[in-house]
Write a protein that binds this ligand. Structure first.
Ligand code: ADP
Ligand code: MG
Length: 243
């Protein structure tokens, strides 16, 4: 069930397919509510992310970062505009195709970690593999590899409450990578961590983007995190200001 057609990190960049951006956001508008009370969260946001890039989506609170990540992740649809992921226009997909895309091609990391409290770290990482009905043996091997990748090899049996915030976010990153997503979306992943722990988590993200060949878009207003990005895209009042 693994996708062997996806170009790996070593794929020739001159190749037509891999030269195409992983993500294109084109003139996306979105508002909440209608009439005089409507909040215009996105007002024509446009940018692209190349394969293998780590892009920081910077912007003050309320600038539209979370709204944009929800649109890109297929959790909500823009009022107007286009989002094209890996050549697929998301608006052309049915609800079940969007579900498959979210499960197989996109990994999410949230500010609040989003782990399931009654499951162990290993079980949390294994959830996306269960959803994909991976064989138990494949699942166990992948979970062990991912826990090692995020520096938690000895912590698989612990529940989230028995882990520090930084460790919980590492588990969440491992979970997000479980199905070898093409695109990793992270919404203020260091927002609940102290500066040193946040930097370590961001360095981990930086490392996995390279080692796993994943493309990442990370919403943040953390300057340490912005420094580690390949490129910064700034959102201001729902519009992108490229830096
Ligand atoms: P950010 O993540 O950059 O803080 P958001 O995307 O959460 O920005 O919010 C952008 C704007 O949309 C803000 O003005 C916010 O209050 C508004 N907003 C976000 N979600 C909702 C919602 N579910 N209903 C109404 N307004 C919302
Ligand atoms: Mg937000």
């Amino acid at each position: 069930m693994t996708d062997n057609t996806r170009p790996g990190p070593g794929a020739a960049l001159a190749d037509d397919a891999s030269a195409e951006p992983m993500l294109q956001v084109e003139d996306v508008h979105h508002s909440y509510g209608t009439g005089a009370g409507a909040v215009h969260a996105l007002r024509g946001a446009s940018f692209a992310v190349r394969r293998g890039e780590l892009v920081a989506l910077e912007g003050r609170s309320g600038s539209g970062k979370t709204t944009l990540l929800h649109m890109i992740g297929g959790l909500d649809s823009p009022r107007t505009g286009r989002i094209v992921m890996d050549g697929t226009d998301l608006s052309a997909l049915s609800e079940s195709e969007l579900l498959d895309l979210r499960r197989d091609r996109i990994g999410f990391v949230f500010q609040s970690f989003g782990l399931i409290p009654i499951l162990t770290a290993a079980e949390n990482v294994g959830v996306p593999l269960r959803l994909r009905r991976a064989e138990p043996r494949e699942r166990e091997e992948r979970v062990a590899l991912l826990l090692a990748l995020v520096g938690l090899a000895g912590h698989g049996a612990q529940r989230p409450a028995e882990l520090s915030g930084g460790q919980q976010q590492r588990v969440a990153i491992a979970r997000a990578l479980a199905n070898r997503p093409a695109l990793l979306l992270a919404d203020e992943p260091t927002g609940q961590l102290d500066a040193a722990t946040g930097l370590a988590v961001m360095e981990l993200l930086r490392a996995v983007v390279r080692s796993e060949g994943v493309t990442a878009l990370v919403a943040t207003h953390d300057p340490q995190l912005i420094d580690l990005a390949d490129r910064v895209v700034e959102l201001r009042d729902g519009v992108v200001v490229e830096k």
